[in-house]
Design a protein around this ligand. Structure first.
Ligand SMILES: *[C@@H]1O[C@H](CO)[C@@H](O)[C@H](O)[C@H]1NC(C)=O
Ligand SMILES: *[C@@H]1O[C@H](CO)[C@@H](O)[C@H](O)[C@H]1NC(C)=O
Ligand SMILES: *[C@@H]1O[C@H](CO)[C@@H](O)[C@H](O)[C@H]1NC(C)=O
Ligand SMILES: *[C@@H]1O[C@H](CO)[C@@H](O)[C@H](O)[C@H]1NC(C)=O
Length: 963
């Protein structure tokens, strides 16, 4: 019953409160005003976490409610503290009932709306904390008119706007004002300087502007301890009267528009512990008087326009914890006293400090060194080497020496910095290697060494830095593979290894790095497949570009298919499984291996890896050549899988460049599925070396014809010496009595024959591409002839196109491996190349010279321009390409010979001379053919006639009569 009545009356009270709070009391004087007030307050707000569940309207007294504190004698509410209760909604009128409230703290809620002007009527309030809410609107100018005995007010971190009410200066008892992080604007009411009880004034992070009044009543405000005006738009000089703030220990003017010199009188503010003038427009020199500030702990003058050098007097500030003069125009040398201060943080970045920085660090002594945690000297003019004394800075957490002119090696003592989280030495002139000792700095989170001249491999010891999130080594000259150790750094997010000379394949385990955000390996020599997983499948192409031999969806190049079943070989082979000798030989890496070792190693790798598309070797040593050739066609589990011979016929493997790792990586098994093609001299297989490099291996099927081992080696070395961008490089060979392999660079793009005659719909070569192929091929032949090597076998299936469209001519000079240059053998070897063969092959009396290559080249030119095979078999006719073009030229319709697929998109002034050149090259009489050097010159003139002298070449071509 009573409850019902109370509820009814409460409803009345609630209704009337809104109109006239006074009525409520007279309406039902038996009810406790405070219960009423708090219940009404509760009714206005949302309490999702039921923090106010104990607030029960049936109670006679609120004194046991959560957040409520009463005066024990009067039983009236004196404190209401509801910080962090997740309350939202508006502060209603209920609070006005709490006539005896001294402290109101509603900090860290989600309260919204305006602040009620009536709140000012609570005359007993001493402390008001409404910070960390979403209160908004402006505060009426006369809000503090009846300020009573207010001591502390915090409205920090809300959305208040408008001017700071000038009535604030009437609150003569105010000791602390915190209006920070709102949107208060306009000029700050100077009356506040008259508040002689004020100790703490925080107006930071608002939109306040104007100057600090020069004549401010500082005599009155003398006792201010902390003043924070940071992040506003205050301007002008610091007025001299401020020096009277001699008790002030915290002064923060960061990020305003203050200007002028830093006044000498700051040295008189003898209580200062923090002086932050950063991010203003202060200019001139740093006053020497700073050295008088004995208690100073934080001195931040960064991002101003200060000049001159650092005053040595700062060395007297023995309590300094942080010193920041970064982003000024400070000059001079690195002062030794910086390291004797014992401060924890020193930042002098982006200044003009220079000189050698090894000096102050050569003989570090004393405990002051050990206290330094942050040293940022980046973006200055420091030179010399990084002294190994750096290792004595044992507490260092951040070391930034980037963007200087530091040279020499990275000191190995870096590894002694066990607390180091960030090491940035980027953009210097550092050389040498990334020291193995880096693994000692196991707290590293960020390692930046980009833009130096570092060489060598990425040390595997990096795996000890297990906290690493950022690894940036780009723009150096690092070589070798990306170590699989990197995949152990489970926290890695950003990796940049771009613009180095890294090679080999990417470790599969990289797929385990689940936190990766970026992984840039562009512009290296990496090969093979990208690791599996979503990250690498969706990696941006620019992160992997510039690695011509990478494959995978991101680089838009399919990887070789995975074999269903690798050939399994018997891995039983032991003692001779190690290389007998690895001796450098005139820059060559020579590795002698037994065949059974090769097989054993290979088989083990096959079994372990299991999935890799493997290749190569047959290596059935004992068997005859024909037997091994037959074996190639066998599939897994066949006769091939039984024990290899143990009579250890030694094979000899020679690589002309690169990888000593080849010995351990020869998991090479010739496999029919990886056959790339067959030619007169043997079949070619693709395989991937252990380091991930793809190579093409040519198994010579004419082995019975090859000369002695010495002759073979001599000729092969000669061929290997001829290096040219348009020649497929011969990288090495393998020799046994019964098996010879040539190891070539692998060229990914397929043969010119395929591009011309097997190109799928619409995907054919443009005129420019065709011209480039003709020119590149001509250059390669010119280079061969220069070395007295005749190709003998030029044809479109021997011209490979690499991924950037450049032609690379292969199969050159193999006739040298025959016992004699026998016409019969030659023509039978190259008979497949119908239509390319020079007429002199059929004529015993004419000597065969390099002009036979010129003939073949001429046919190739016509083939490239016309898109037709050298000999086309029609239904009842045989069309020989050069005869056809010659005929068309005579009838003045040579343009019709150009490949119809070009749809007329070619410059006739190039195409016609090129066809004429092709015809000249196919002259019947060898001496009428130009030599390849001339051909190159002519082609270059055709492309850029303006650069030719008098157009000699053009005239030559346009006027010559073709016969
Ligand atoms: C304020 O409310 C938002 C959602 O509206 C919530 O995410 C946040 O945690 C609340 N803040 C506090 C201090 O309760
Ligand atoms: C100095 O102030 C700037 C902002 O103005 C800040 O970024 C920097 O961290 C401060 N330096 C120190 C040592 O506290
Ligand atoms: C590294 O740089 C230093 C200083 O410029 C030079 O003396 C030294 O020869 C360089 N070392 C190497 C290996 O290039
Ligand atoms: C990188 O190193 C290789 C061999 O060590 C050298 O030929 C090349 O010039 C170097 N590149 C740069 C940019 O220093």
């Amino acid at each position: 019953m009573g409850t019902m009545l109370k509820k009814k009356s409460l409803f009345f009270v609630f209704t009337f409160l809104v109109l006239a709070p006074v009525f409520s009391r007279s309406l039902n004087p038996s009810l406790n005003d405070d219960v009423l007030g708090l219940i009404v307050f509760k009714a206005d707000i949302q309490d999702p976490n039921l923090k106010l569940a104990s607030w029960n309207e049936d109670d006679d007294s609120p004194c046991n409610w959560v957040g409520v504190k009463c005066n024990p004698r009067s039983n009236r509410v004196v404190e209401l503290t509801l910080d962090g209760f997740s309350l939202s909604g508006r502060i209603g009128r209920g609070l006005l009932q709490l006539q005896f409230l001294r402290k109101l703290s509603l900090s860290s809620n989600n309260l919204t709306g305006n602040i009620s002007p009536n709140l000012a009527k609570l005359q007993n309030l001493r402390t008001v904390d409404l910070s960390h809410n979403s209160l908004s609107g402006s505060i009426p100018d006369d809000f503090f008119k009846q300020c009573g005995s207010l001591r502390t007010i915090s409205l920090a971190k809300n959305k208040f706007s408008g001017k700071i009410p000038s009535s604030l200066s009437l609150c003569s008892t105010l000791a602390a004002i915190d209006l920070s992080s709102n949107q208060f604007s306009g000029v700050f009411p100077s009356g506040i300087w008259g508040l002689n009880a004020l100790r703490w004034l925080d107006l930071s992070d608002n939109l306040l502007e104007g100057e600090i009044p020069k004549g401010m009543e500082l005599g009155v405000v003398c006792c201010l301890r902390a003043i924070d005006f940071s992040e506003n738009s205050f301007s002008g000089n610091l007025p001299e009267t401020m020096q009277k703030l001699s008790l002030c220990n915290f002064m923060n003017f960061r990020k305003n528009l203050f200007s002028g010199e830093v006044p000498t009188w700051v040295g008189e503010m003898k209580s200062l512990e923090t002086l932050d003038l950063s991010g203003n427009k202060f200019s001139g020199e740093v006053p020497v008087s700073i050295g008088n500030l004995q208690p100073l702990k934080v001195l931040n003058f960064s991002a101003n326009e200060l000049t001159g050098s650092l005053p040595e007097s700062i060395a007297n500030c023995v309590n300094l914890v942080a010193l920041d003069f970064s982003q000024n125009l400070i000059k001079g040398a690195l002062p030794q006293w910086i390291f004797n201060l014992g401060s924890k943080e020193v930042s002098l970045s982006v200044d003009k400090i220079g000189g050698r920085m090894d000096g102050p660090l050569t003989s570090p002594k004393g405990s002051s060194f050990e206290r330094l945690q942050v040293l940022d000297l980046s973006h200055n003019g420091f030179s010399g080497e990084i002294a190994s004394g750096i290792g004595a800075l044992s507490s260092l957490q951040l070391l930034n020496l980037s963007k200087n002119s530091l040279a020499g090696p990275i000191p190995v003592t870096i590894g002694e910095l066990k607390a180091l989280g960030v090491l940035d030495l980027s953009e210097n002139w550092l050389n040498g290697t990334v020291p193995v000792e880096i693994g000692g700095a196991y707290s590293l989170k960020e390692l930046r060494l980009e833009g130096n001249f570092l060489v060598g491999k990425i040390p595997t010891s990096i795996e000890n830095c297990s906290a690493l999130t950022s690894l940036v080594l780009s723009k150096n000259n690092l070589t070798g593979p990306i170590p699989a150790a990197i995949a152990k750094l489970a926290n890695l997010q950003n990796v940049d290894l771009s613009f180095n000379s890294l090679s080999g394949s990417l470790p599969k385990q990289l797929a385990n790095l689940v936190h990766l955000l970026s992984f840039n390996i562009s512009q290296n020599h990496l090969q093979g497949e990208l690791p599996a997983g979503v990250f690498f499948n969706t990696i941006t192409p620019s992160s992997v570009s510039g690695n011509p031999s990478l494959c995978g969806s991101a680089v838009n190049k399919s990887c070789p298919a995975v074999l269903p079943k690798p050939i399994v070989l018997n891995p039983n082979s032991s003692s001779d499984a190690t290389p007998d000798s690895v001796a450098p030989n005139m820059g060559h890496k020579r590795i002698i291996l037994s065949i059974s070792a090769l097989i054993a190693i290979g088989a083990a790798a096959v079994i372990v890896i299991g999935v890799i598309a493997i290749t190569v070797l047959n290596l059935r040593v004992r068997s005859s050549t024909s037997r091994s050739a037959a074996a190639l066609t066998l599939s897994a589990g066949d006769d091939f899988s039984h024990s290899p011979t143990t009579d250890a016929n030694s094979g000899k493997l020679v690589m002309f460049s690169g990888e000593p790792d080849f010995s351990t990586g020869a998991h090479a098994l010739l496999n029919k599925d990886c056959e790339l093609g067959r030619g007169g001299f043997g079949a070619v297989y693709r395989t991937v070396l252990r380091d991930g490099r793809a190579v093409a291996i040519k198994k010579l099927t004419v082995s019975s014809l090859v000369k002695s081992q010495d002759d073979f080696e001599r000729e092969v070395k000669k061929l290997a010496k001829v290096r040219h961008p348009n020649l497929v490089a011969l990288d090495g060979y393998y020799w046994t009595q019964s098996l010879q392999l040539l190891i070539y660079e692998f060229v990914s793009g397929g043969s010119l024959y395929k591009h011309l005659h097997e190109g799928s719909g619409g995907n054919f070569l443009t005129w420019n591409e065709r011209f480039n192929i003709i020119l590149g091929t001509a250059k390669s032949l010119a280079r061969l002839h220069q070395s007295n090597i005749i190709h003998y076998n030029i044809k479109s299936s021997n011209v490979l196109i690499d991924s950037s469209g450049e032609p690379k001519v292969g199969d050159y000079g193999l006739a040298r491996l025959l016992p004699m240059l026998d016409r019969y053998v030659l023509s039978s070897k190259i008979q497949s190349a119908l239509g390319y063969m020079a007429p002199e092959f059929a004529c015993r009396t004419v000597k065969i010279t390099e002009k036979c290559d010129v003939y073949g080249f001429g046919v190739l030119v016509l083939e490239v321009v016309s898109g037709k095979r050298p000999v086309e078999y029609m239904e009842d006719d045989v069309v020989v390409l050069c005869d056809m073009v010659r005929g068309a030229l005579e009838e003045g319709r040579v343009e019709e010979c150009v490949d119809a697929r070009l749809q007329g998109k070619f410059p006739a002034e190039e195409a016609i001379p090129v066809m004429k050149l092709g015809l000249i090259c196919t002259s019947q009489v060898p001496s009428n053919r130009p030599d390849m050097g001339e051909v190159v010159n002519i082609l270059e003139l055709i492309r850029c006639p303006s650069e030719g002298q008098e157009g000699i070449g053009m005239n030559y071509l346009l006027n010559i009569s073709i016969n």
